[in-house]
Design a protein around this ligand. Structure first.
Ligand SMILES: NC(=O)c1ccc[n+]([C@@H]2O[C@H](COP(=O)([O-])OP(=O)(O)OC[C@H]3O[C@@H](n4cnc5c(N)ncnc54)[C@H](O)[C@@H]3O)[C@@H](O)[C@H]2O)c1
Length: 303
């Protein structure tokens, strides 16, 4: 299917990872692709790959957190292709994982600048051209906008902001025929789309934890972007779509059932998992550590 013949897309952070898969998918469907990134060596390799597959593609060095870079980049895309129809705000960075007391203001600012301000800047400067033709803006947020592990404040806040930015822009830009959406991926293994590609290190537990039976692939996100950017999605704007193999919908109680399930996948052995489950069931109400130790020792002796 070539749904984007003669259209022009800008994909930020398109040199590697999810952005590269998005650039490839839109390119295969007929788009002229402009990749904005700061990793120049990955960018030039990626552009050669796209061109080798017959895709019209350009790499532009641009830090999305720099208004000067972004403004010039959008001018370059328009002067080269005479349109900007689709903008995918994908460039993003993680945060350090340090506790709130150890997080620095510089870290906070950089994550917000790249992940949130970057999308705002790219939109601001792309809209100068997009409003001539109408178009679609897709922000790559994250399920981290809604769920957290400890110590992820800069990243989670940036992605929550991106979801709110999405509906604000959708309402403001509707008058130009521009739709604005966000996509919140869960865990996506980008190994295959790195430069050079890396070996995936996923365990069976990583995969089977997902109701859909596997961790996501960049191609999953690219397929959704292609649908949302196409005319088939012309009635969808202002919303966030979660794509996570079912993880955020899954209620989890940390009891012996879930532990038995996880151990059976980890050990690939239901007998061992059942033994652990029986032991947990026995000890879970004991407050006496010595009794707990005795039961666990008995269980280990049976292995
Ligand atoms: N991989 C996941 O599990 C996952 C899950 C949810 C959301 N996301 C989001 O998807 C997006 C892509 O993630 P990924 O896993 O492919 O990351 P990645 O690190 O593999 O790729 C990110 C790309 O963005 C570029 N980039 C980084 N900072 C930039 C800047 N300031 N200006 C321009 N380009 C910049 C990098 O050079 C790289 O090419 C990010 O916004 C990320 O937060 C990823």
């Amino acid at each position: 299917m070539r749904r984007f013949e003669n259209r022009v897309c800008v994909v930020t952070g398109g040199a590697r990872g999810i952005g590269a898969a998005i650039a490839y998918r839109l390119g295969l469907e007929g788009c002229k692709v402009a990749i904005l990134d700061i990793d120049d060596s990955a960018g030039s390799i990626r552009i050669e790959e796209l061109r080798a597959r017959g895709i019209e593609a350009t790499y532009i060095h641009a830090d999305v957190a720099s208004e000067n870079d972004v403004s010039k980049a959008m001018d370059t895309v328009f002067s080269r292709y005479n349109a900007i129809n689709v903008l995918v705000n994908n460039a993003g960075i993680g945060s350090s994982g340090k506790s709130i007391e150890e997080q620095t203001i510089d870290e906070w600012r950089r994550v917000i600048d790249v992940n949130l301000t970057g999308a705002w800047l790219c939109t601001k400067h792309a809209v100068r051209y997009m409003k001539k033709s109408g178009g679609v803006i897709i922000n790559i947020a994250s399920t981290r906008a809604f769920q957290s592990e400890p110590n992820t404040e800069p990243y989670s806040a940036s992605k929550g902001g991106l979801v709110a930015l999405t509906h604000a822009l959708a309402i403001s830009l509707a008058k130009y025929g521009i739709r604005v959406l966000s996509i919140s991926p869960g865990w996506v293994d980008t190994s295959n789309w790195q430069i050079p590609p890396r070996e995936s290190v996923l365990t069976p537990l990583d995969n089977l934890w997902h109701p859909a039976g596997r961790v996501g692939k960049p191609e999953d996100i690219a397929a959704l972007v292609a649908f949302l950017a196409s005319d088939e999605a012309s009635w969808i704007t202002g919303v966030n779509i979660i794509i996570d193999g079912g993880v955020t919908a899954k209620m989890v109680y940390m009891d012996e059932n879930v532990i038995e399930w996880a151990l059976s996948i980890l050990f690939q052995d239901t007998t061992i998992a059942k033994l652990f489950r029986d032991a947990i069931e026995k000890v879970k109400r004991y407050s006496d550590r010595e009794r707990v130790k005795r039961v666990l020792e008995e269980m280990l002796n049976k292995l």
